[in-house]
Write a new protein. Structure first.
Length: 433
């Protein structure tokens, strides 16, 4: 079987690699994502189309996207509602319309990427809606196949795997919640090979296959293996009581609703406690794929310095954003409040005269606005750059009016230079995928 395949969620961790594997196998890839400008620059050879499941809820809406398509691979999934994500839209409303459209226009083959633990018994909206998707697929007249991978690992890391690596790279200790949860990691390359094989003529059809890897490891073993893979000195695994982890999970849930995607959420913990291992369905043999265990995958995928940097900076970045935003916000509030007279006095010293009050007021307002704007997820990088440029402006004005502050013992001008470096760090590490 060959021709054109529509890969949905083609900008995601899994979808981007499946699209690349299918392209390498000779398929013409139509790549679907909610926002396509950036991924289209990364993979310009694909036919990129906007596919927002919250809007594609009718057969008519899907029809032009399916024109000329021989098969569909659906990789769309969201962990939790919030920040523009809807489990209902991604897992139920969109797929229902997609299935109806495939039946209407004659696209018969559908590969649906689900997940181990997508069961009603897990007790999460993620699992309930994922299970509903599977029921919709199974009830269709399509030539379908549902693949349910366990923890998917790759040289790249995003979401849960990014968090696990960050925990593995934690200084002195390795903190984990629980630690006994069992994984059977599957390399993303093996999942990609399975999807390529599943689109061959005569492949497995109308079945649901759990896709665990051949090697079972606990969470504690996983972080130890990752730490060794990065070449870091061994460290003890510290099991964090769930009661102590609850505040961090609550913060993660809140950040997720505000658009800051975080794997530190209650849904992730509940899913890990329910099932992230799966049962052996014989998927590798049935699809003709040589499946690798986690240890073998790590041995065949040497870590680079970039992997170590990413893991070590995973927790540093949110701390940097919080510190930078609060610095600007609190500075502005102090200028408006107890520091007002001092701010005006400094401007008078610099020769601003009657303009001292207005300059102080507008400067404080800018600080407050930028501090708050930094926390708006789509604006963070641009605001950080603007903060750096605004600071350059502050320093130029300060140098012209108060040059002696460069040699002041408290270093009021010198101390903003590290803050400018922090701005650049936040802007430079903004990429999510």
């Amino acid at each position: 079987m060959s021709g054109r395949v529509l890969v949905l969620g083609a900008n995601g961790f899994i979808g981007s690699h499946l699209a690349a594997a299918l392209s390498a196998d000779g398929w013409s890839v139509r790549a679907g994502a909610r926002r396509i400008a950036e991924p289209a620059r990364r993979a310009p050879d694909f036919d990129w189309v906007a596919t927002d499941f919250s809007r594609l809820t009718t057969t008519e809406a899907w029809a032009p996207l399916l024109a000329g398509v021989s098969a569909v691979v659906n990789c769309v999934g969201v962990l939790q509602d919030g920040g523009g994500d809807s489990t209902r839209a991604a897992h139920v409303d969109g797929p229902r319309a997609l299935i109806a459209a495939c039946e209407a226009v004659g696209v018969s083959r559908l590969i649906h990427i689900s997940a181990v633990g997508a069961d009603d018994a897990a007790g999460t909206d993620y699992a309930r809606t994922k299970a509903e998707t599977e029921r919709l697929v199974q009830a269709s007249s399509l030539d379908w196949l549902i693949l349910r991978p366990s923890l998917v690992v790759d040289r790249a890391a995003f979401g849960g795997t990014g968090l696990i690596r960050a925990l593995a790279a934690f200084p002195l200790i390795i903190p984990v919640v629980g630690g006994d949860q069992s994984f059977r990691p599957i390399p993303l390359g093996d999942l990609s090979a399975a999807v390529v094989a599943a689109l061959k003529l005569g492949a497995v059809s109308r079945e649901t296959l759990d896709m665990p890897g051949p090697e079972a490891v606990t969470m504690a073993q996983t972080v130890r293996l990752y730490r060794g893979w990065m070449g870091l000195r061994p460290a003890p695994v510290v099991r964090v009581p769930r009661a102590l982890a609850a505040p961090a999970l609550a913060v993660g849930d809140l950040l997720g609703r505000l658009g800051w995607s975080s794997p530190i959420r209650t849904t992730a913990i509940k899913q890990m406690d329910h099932d992230v291992s799966g049962h052996d369905s014989g998927w590798a043999e049935r699809l003709g794929v040589a499946s690798r265990g986690f240890s073998r995958f790590l041995a065949e995928t040497p870590a680079s310095v970039q992997d170590v940097w990413h893991a070590r900076l995973w927790f540093v970045r949110p701390v940097a954003i919080a510190t930078l935003g609060l610095f600007w916000l609190v500075t502005g509030l102090i200028s408006f409040g107890p520091g007002w007279n001092g701010a005006v006095a400094i401007l008078h010293e610099g020769g601003y005269g009657g303009w001292s009050g207005p300059v102080a007021w507008w400067g404080a307002l800018l600080d407050v606005v930028l501090g708050l704007a930094l926390f708006v997820r789509p604006w963070t990088a641009r605001v950080a750059v603007f903060m750096c440029l605004a600071t350059v402006g502050y320093l130029i004005a300060g140098t012209l009016s108060l040059p002696h502050y460069w040699i002041d013992p408290l270093g009021p001008w010198l101390k903003v230079l590290p803050m400018m470096a922090l701005c650049l760090f936040v802007a430079a590490t903004d990429a999510r995928r």
